[in-house]
Structure formats: C-alpha cells, structure tokens
Design a protein around this ligand. Structure first.
Ligand SMILES: CC(=O)N[C@H](C=O)[C@@H](O)[C@H](O)[C@H](O)COP(=O)(O)O
Length: 228
C-alpha cells in the first residue's frame, strides 16, 4: 500500500471547509482550525481550494486530501470536476486529490481526473455514493474511494444518518474505503472504523460551528431563519 494511505490507516481526518457565505470562509481561519484539529489528534486533513491547501501545507506534514468546489455548466458535479482543478489542487501540495466519482452527468470522465492526479504525483480519491460507483472508480484506477456522496445523489439513500450499509457493502466486496458524511459523533466515527473503513473523515461536527449551533437551536425549538 502507498505510504500516504499507510499513514492514514485508522486515522481521524478532519475536513476543514467553510461554505460560501460562512464567516469562517477565510484562509487564516481555515489554518487556525486545522492547527486545532491537529492538536486534538487529527492525522490527516481534508481541505478545499488551492489557497487553503497551500497555507496549511506550510504548517504540517500530515497527509492532505485536497479538492475544489466549483459549479460546472450543465452538470450537477462540483467536487474537483476538471483536470485543471485536479492539477491546481495537487500543485498546491495535496497528497491526495478528491473528486466526484459518481454517475452524475459530468464534464470529464473519472479516468481523466485520475490520470491527471497521477501525472501530478498525487493519489486519486473518488467520492462516491454507491458500491457500483466505487467499483467503476477502482476499475478506472482510483487509489481509494470515499462514501462522501451518499445522500447527495438522487440514486443513493436520502438519510440523516451515515450510510453504514454502503460501508458494509464496500467492506464485504473487499474495496478499501474512507468513511465520510454525517459522522457527527465520536461513537459514529468509531462505528465507521469498526465497519471496515480505512480511515474516517469528520467535517461539520468539528469545523462548522454554524451547523452545530443549528443542531442545538433546532433541538431547543429556538432556530431562527438565517435570512432574518
Ligand atoms: C457532499 C459534500 O459536498 N461533502 C463535502 C466534501 O468535501 C463537505 O462539505 C463535507 O463537509 C465533508 O464531506 C464531510 O462531511 P460532514 O461535514 O458531513 O462530516
């Protein structure tokens, strides 16, 4: 197994991203949250945008999974959808380039994105939503797949919980995978590892305070409309 993937075996990877419009969407804040995640025991980071990757790369040697999020004309795919974006992410210092590996209509084939990542000396991680997509990504040369997109394609289960069924199916089929998506408690993260995940990515529960606050305010019945 590749050295980067060996280092990630059993690891907590923290996804440090902020969405458009979030007050946290600033590279200095992303860098500070990344340092806090490392202090807490993260052994990998998942980062969005070449700028954020470059800033955090200068702070740490832990494996970095990088991606872009960019709307594509005529396609619902938005995670690192073009070879140009793959190259920009790899050149910024990501060890692994994550990209949309689903069956959704897309501007470039999965195999083209994988080839570009490899040409740049990076590993290729396909973010999938089904076992069939994972099989196709591996056949196209992906180094690892993530369960990232389950719940975000129309053909995958729409649920608030993590997709443990997909994790069990991947493990049963002998397909290594990184568990990602709605692993919002330490218990769920541990359950993902016990389900056979190579590593576990946690994002919102650690690095999106606006989301976490909303979970609480909704539970208390005090949530307000963010527009008001
Ligand atoms: C579907 C999609 O675009 N997921 C993105 C992928 O990078 C991120 O917005 C998520 O935060 C990440 O996958 C981690 O998941 P969670 O935040 O649920 O722990």
């Amino acid at each position: 197994m590749n050295d980067v993937l060996s280092r990630l075996r059993g690891a907590l990877i923290v996804s440090v991203q902020a969405d458009e419009g979030s007050p946290m969407r600033e590279t200095g804040i992303i860098a500070a949250m990344s340092r806090a995640a490392l202090l807490g025991g993260a052994r990998g980071l998942r980062l969005r945008s070449p700028e954020d990757i470059r800033a955090v790369r200068a702070l740490t040697d832990v494996p970095v999974i990088g991606l872009t999020k960019q709307a594509q004309p005529g396609s619902p795919v938005y995670i690192t959808a073009t070879p140009q974006e793959v190259r920009a992410v790899a050149q910024a210092g990501a060890d692994v380039v994550a990209f949309d590996g689903t069956d959704l209509p897309r501007p470039y084939a999965v195999a083209e994105l994988i080839a570009e990542a490899h040409a740049c000396g990076a590993l290729a991680m396909a973010d999938v939503s089904t076992l069939a997509e994972a099989r196709a990504a591996y056949a196209a040369g992906a180094d690892i797949v993530g369960t990232t997109m389950s719940g975000y394609t129309p053909h995958s289960p729409q649920q608030l919980e993590p997709d443990f069924e997909l994790m069990r199916a991947l493990a049963g089929a002998g397909r290594p995978f990184i568990a990602e998506g709605r692993l919002n408690t330490p218990e769920l993260a541990a359950q993902a590892l016990a389900s056979g995940a190579h590593a576990v990515v946690v994002g919102s529960a650690i690095t999106r305070p606006d989301h976490v606050t909303r979970w609480f305010s909704q539970a208390l019945g005090t949530a307000t409309d963010p527009a008001s």
